[in-house]
Design a binder for this molecule. Structure first.
Ligand SMILES: Nc1nc2c(ncn2[C@@H]2O[C@H](COP(=O)(O)OP(=O)(O)O)[C@@H](O)[C@H]2O)c(=O)[nH]1
Ligand SMILES: [Mg+2]
Length: 216
C-alpha cells in the first residue's frame, strides 16, 4: 500500500500562500492578527469592544470566519468598519487561500489593523498560517482553567492569550493561577491579558497591547 502524505502537502500549499499574504501585508503596512478560540469564548465580543473603544485612533478592517451564517459580520458591520464574512461550509478553520479571496472584496486601503476571527475551534486553526503577524487565543472562564495544557498545539503558537469573562469568576470554579501556570509551561512568552467584555474590566490593557502591535 502506498501512503500519500496529503496533510503535509495541504499545509505546504497553505504556507506558500500565507507567505504571499505576509509580504502583501508588509507592503501595505498592515498589522494582522488571527483571533482564535473556542465557540462562544467572546472573539466577536472582543472585536466589537475594540472597535467601540479605539474610534478613529486605529483604522481597522475585519474578516469573519464561520461554518455558516453572516451573523458575526452583521455585528461587526454595525460599527461601520469594512468586514467580509467567509463561510467555510463545514471546514473547521480558515486557510490562506480563503483570506486571499476575501481580500479582493475588503477595502482595507488606509487601514492599519486587520483582525481575522477564525472558526471557533482550539485544534485545527493552529496549523493554518494566514500570513498573520500573530495569533491571539481568546479563552474564557466557563471553559475551565486547564485549556492551555489540554490544547498545547494552539497555546504554544500564539503571541498573546486573552482570558475573557472574568466577571464570571465569582460564579464558576476557575483557578486563575492554575491557568497562568499551565500557560507558562506551554508558552512562557505569551502575555496573559485578563478581561471582561461584559464589564469592560481589563480592556485598557488589551488596547495598550494592541496599539503596541500596530506601531511595531
Ligand atoms: N459574562 C460574560 N459574557 C460574555 C463576555 N464576553 C462575551 N460574552 C457572551 O458570550 C457569548 C459568546 O460571545 P461571542 O462574542 O459571540 O463569542 P465567539 O463565538 O467567540 O465569537 C455571548 O452571549 C456574549 O454575550 C464576558 O466578558 N462576560
Ligand atoms: Mg464569533
Amino acid at each position: 500500500m502506498v501512503k500519500i502524505p496529503v496533510v503535509r502537502k495541504v499545509l505546504e500549499a497553505n504556507d506558500a500562500i500565507a507567505e504571499e499574504l505576509r509580504e502583501l501585508f508588509a507592503e501595505k503596512g498592515l498589522a494582522v492578527l488571527n483571533i482564535v478560540g473556542s465557540p462562544g469564548a467572546g472573539k466577536t465580543a472582543l472585536i466589537e469592544k475594540t472597535l467601540q473603544r479605539v474610534g478613529e485612533r486605529m483604522r481597522i478592517g475585519v474578516i469573519e470566519g464561520d461554518l455558516a451564517t453572516s451573523l458575526d459580520a452583521e455585528r461587526i458591520a454595525s460599527h461601520g468598519v469594512p468586514v467580509v464574512q467567509i463561510n467555510t461550509g463545514g471546514y473547521c478553520h480558515l486557510d490562506a487561500a480563503m483570506i486571499k479571496k476575501a481580500l479582493t472584496s475588503l477595502n482595507i486601503s488606509g487601514r492599519s489593523l486587520l483582525l481575522i476571527e477564525n472558526v471557533g475551534n482550539l485544534v485545527c486553526p493552529a496549523a493554518f498560517d494566514l500570513g498573520e503577524a500573530l495569533k491571539v487565543v481568546i479563552s474564557s472562564v466557563p471553559e475551565g482553567d486547564d485549556k492551555p495544557v489540554k490544547y498545547p498545539s494552539m497555546f504554544s503558537r500564539v503571541g498573546a492569550v486573552v482570558l475573557n469573562k472574568i466577571d464570571l469568576l465569582q460564579h464558576v470554579r476557575f483557578d486563575v493561577e492554575a491557568f497562568r501556570r499551565g500557560l507558562q509551561r506551554i508558552n512562557a512568552d505569551a502575555p496573559l491579558i485578563e478581561l471582561s467584555c461584559e464589564t469592560g474590566q481589563g480592556l485598557d490593557a488589551w488596547l495598550a497591547w494592541l496599539e503596541r502591535q500596530v506601531s511595531a
